[in-house]
Design a protein around this ligand. Structure first.
Ligand SMILES: *Cc1c(COP(=O)(O)O)cnc(C)c1O
Length: 249
């Protein structure tokens, strides 16, 4: 673990951003009649150096979202002892990286195949509680986006069947849905996609009320107010909290 003190200048910048993000979240929740505290934050730290994550922890952030398994491992080694720190995998996991994701992460937002669930089952250390996971859904139909197809209602019964099959896998507990819609100039353009994810969640919960999905992981720096209005319970913010990302890692 790093013995170096957090960089105070970065801590102050992140604290200021966190304050305005929290203010906008609170204001949005009031405006759409949702209870205070019904949205939680993941600070997306992909491509950010250890120094920035450490400063973000000092500013009060606890849950960090990473896209690349190896990069996340380096940060876990450096910062994993910080009290209360948690790591969420939010990026696509290739099969050959599944063993790196099966342990050490708190949640997997990007469960996008039954195969990945089986690999996690294979590699998760015995005796651990199940890994909390969200099914990643492509609700926009863009070919370039990852996630299981869910933009047409015709796809939804198949997703329900998948959920039932995933219940057999003891090392994974699916508790929600996640989506990553296209980057838009105007955040309102993503409203239809956030709404579709919520409608899909409601559909799935009608099919299996005894195993209702609670979480909707949706909304990034550029569109989180709209995601909250459409029911997000978890928003994933990178630049709005941690500042611009370095271009290359
Ligand atoms: C990068 C990323 C984010 C955060 O993006 P920002 O625009 O920095 O808020 C959220 N979710 C996923 C899956 C990402 O890859």
């Amino acid at each position: 673990m790093t013995a170096v003190k957090p960089n105070q200048q970065i801590v102050e910048k992140i604290s200021a951003r966190l304050k305005s993000v929290n203010a906008l979240i609170a204001e949005t929740l009031v405006a759409c009649g949702r209870p205070a505290g019904s949205v939680s934050l993941v600070a997306v730290s992909k491509r950010q150096p250890v120094e920035v994550v450490q400063a973000a922890w000092a500013a009060g952030l606890r849950v960090f979202g990473e896209n690349y398994a190896e990069e996340a491992q380096l940060k876990m080694e450096a910062l994993g002892e910080l009290p209360g720190i948690e790591w969420d995998m939010i990026g696509h996991v290739q099969s050959r990286k599944a063993h790196l994701v099966a342990n050490g992460f708190n949640r997997l937002h990007s469960l996008d195949s039954e195969k990945l669930a089986h690999l996690i089952e294979k590699f998760r250390e015995p005796g651990q509680s199940p890994l909390e996971a969200f099914l990643e859904i492509n609700v926009s139909g863009e070919a370039s986006k990852s996630g299981l197809p869910g933009w047409q209602e015709a796809d939804w019964p198949g997703l329900n069947t998948l959920l039932i099959r995933l219940e057999e896998i003891r090392s994974i507990q699916v508790s929600g849905l996640m989506t990553m819609p296209p980057l838009q100039e105007d955040m309102q353009e993503n409203r239809v996609f956030f709404r579709r994810l919520r409608e899909l969640r409601d559909y799935l919960n009608e099919q299996r009320p005894e195993r209702a999905l609670r979480e909707l992981s949706m909304g990034t720096s550029s569109d989180y107010p709209v995601a909250i209005e459409e029911g997000a319970t978890i928003i994933r913010l990178g630049e709005a909290l941690l500042g611009p990302r370095p271009l290359n890692k």
